[in-house]
Design a protein. Sequence first.
Length: 333
Amino acid sequence: MSKNLIAYETLSKNSDATLQFIDKMGEAFHKGGIAGVKSIGEGKVIALTCLCEAITPLEFMRRYHLIEGKPSMRADAMLADYRGFGGKCEWLSLGDDGQEAKARFTLRENSLVIGYTIDHAKAAGLVKPKSSWEKDPGSMLRARCISKAMRIVAPEVVTGIYAPEDFDEFGEDSNGQPKPKRSRQSKKKPVEKVEDAEFEVKKKDDKESKELKKLVAEDEAGQAAAKAESDELLEDSPAELEWINRIGSIVSEYDLKEEAKFCIEDHGVDSARALSRREARIVYMWLVASVVQIPVEKVIQAAQKFGRENPNQLTCAQLEQLILHLEMRLPKK
């Protein structure tokens, strides 16, 4: 019996307490702005998903976006699950040219080259001024390419789960958080002006307007602080098994035991399992750089393009982008 079914059966036996817990956690997630929650209802969706899937809120944030109040699986989570099934992904074009992301996806007897172009995105109405499609088209093209490939090559990864293309509009901001869908305003006939109306709308006086702006500013500052705190906790949470395995694979394949030991101990721990999410990616990045013989200075310069002094200051998402570029230089098997 899967852990999801066990969790669901446990919850159903104590439904009253479960509903009270979901209500309480929904309010907490909304107050803290976890995962971009905009309402208590969205907070309850996260709480219910965590309970039914037997995962923590941090795991939810690693696996899902919240779009239109529904969990939508992240592209990197899809790719991680795909690799867990034994699938392979060989990037042929990262899409950083803003034109096309393309990769060969191989799972058992199936091997297909699948791509997603900027023309596809434009035809779908995704490319809008000042959106992430203009700011970071490479990441958006890769995400769409992955979700498209999973539907074709490995539907077991996304069966029963919303993917970004299940929604009319989808995008991410610079921090990787989903943008809410813009509401479509219904077309209404213009209202004729009535000169001698019995009532008229009065503007708020300056004092009330200032107080309102102050409250809004304080609320936004609180949500920003809570989000920054949750992001920091996520970056420094224990490394995922996928990245521990990736470190082990490259060490055994290229005989990098000494290099790996040095990199791991540099973070004050004695094994890869003790690394954080960010540290695991840093260690793996340096090991790949060692294999492809990229000088340290070049890696530091790459980090500076992200506005950081050195690679150790990069976020997990930034490290993954850098790793993708390095992996393309690895010798073909």
